[in-house]
Ligand binder design. Structure first.
Ligand code: CP
Length: 314
């Protein structure tokens, strides 16, 4: 595996889940594997879980992680090929990526979408530039379109909580928010859940249809209560419009999940990638209940990252 930026195959997904669970049982079993190697964790946006879990994962493999908060501590990057850099940008992305490639054995990068330039966002332009100019393996810490380490951690969490179910009913439900939120978590969760062979239903108000590239094979149900019937896992996430790109189309608070919403899904476990806006996106009564898997998902971020780094190291 050279880069880790998206779901590749069921077999690789299953291999990574099993490796992650082995590391969870014995985190330092491969301490010698990454000795003498460095991973550069480059953040163009804020983070809590991704930042810390990736560093712990690297340290569990004996690697040295170095974090650069590029948005605050790096030079302002120019993205346009052929640009005359006589305005605010100081360093071209191809120069920065080339330099970072000489400093690190692996680069891990977070670069959110603008939500204003759809064409640039859907092609994951910043990632493609790092892959092109760094010359080293690149791990996505969340791109404009996907958040694969989160999705791998989510699949590990589902596997741990299957309770004997072979093909669980998984529901991805939109939750309200006051800000325009990227599509990456929802896209990636759909891509991985379908790829791992689960039964996926997606529910949201009209106008919030996701890019079909990620949802082909899922059931789309606009009636949230119907979608939630008999669910084994309910994944709550906000996202902004994709067709009406980056727009807030609804803030309907009746979509916020409470116990009442789950009266026909008595066994449902509830998931969210965090950070979550309590009592806006998801209620306290769900988050603080035994249904909630959110802390387990966050813990599994360590072992998802450890499995991916280990696989890249070979
Ligand atoms: N879930 C997640 O990626 O969290 P952070 O944004 O805090 O890294």
């Amino acid at each position: 595996m050279m880069h880790f930026t998206k779901f590749e195959s069921f077999d690789l997904g299953q291999e990574l889940i099993e490796l992650a669970l082995a590391y969870k049982a014995n985190p330092r079993i491969d301490l010698a594997k990454g000795q003498g190697k460095r991973v550069g964790c480059i953040f163009l946006n804020p983070s809590l879980r991704t930042r810390v879990s990736t560093q712990i994962a690297a340290q569990n493999l004996g690697m040295e992680p170095i974090v650069l908060n590029m948005d605050k501590e790096g030079w302002a990057l120019e993205m346009n090929e052929g640009a005359i850099m006589n305005k605010g940008t100081v360093e071209h992305i191809k120069d920065a990526a080339g330099v970072l490639g000489t400093y690190f054995d692996i680069l891990a990068i977070r670069a959110f979408p603008s939500l204003t330039n759809k064409e640039e966002d859907v092609t994951d332009f910043i990632f493609s530039q790092f892959i092109k100019y760094s010359g080293v393996p690149v791990i996505s810490l969340e791109s404009a379109t996907r958040h694969p380490l989160q999705s791998l951690a989510d699949q590990i969490t589902i596997q741990e909580n299957l309770a004997g179910k072979k093909k669980p009913k998984v529901v991805l439900t939109w939750g309200p928010h006051i800000k325009a939120i990227p599509h990456a978590v929802a896209n990636s969760f759909a891509e991985w859940t379908l790829g791992m062979g689960h039964d996926l239903t997606i529910t949201h108000p009209s106008g919030y249809e996701l890019d079909e590239e990620f949802t082909k094979g899922a059931t789309l149900e606009y009636d949230q209560s119907k979608a939630l019937e008999g669910a084994d896992f309910v994944y709550v996430k906000n996202w902004s419009g994709f067709n009406d790109y980056g727009k807030i189309i609804s803030t309907d608070s009746s979509w916020m999940l409470t116990e009442k919403h789950l009266k026909h899904a008595p066994e449902a476990k509830v998931m969210h990638c965090l950070p979550v806006r309590r009592n806006l996106e998801l209620s306290d009564e769900i988050l603080d209940s035994s249904r909630s898997l959110v802390q387990k998902q966050a813990e599994n971020r360590i072992y998802a990252a450890q499995a991916v780094i280990s696989k890249i190291l070979g």
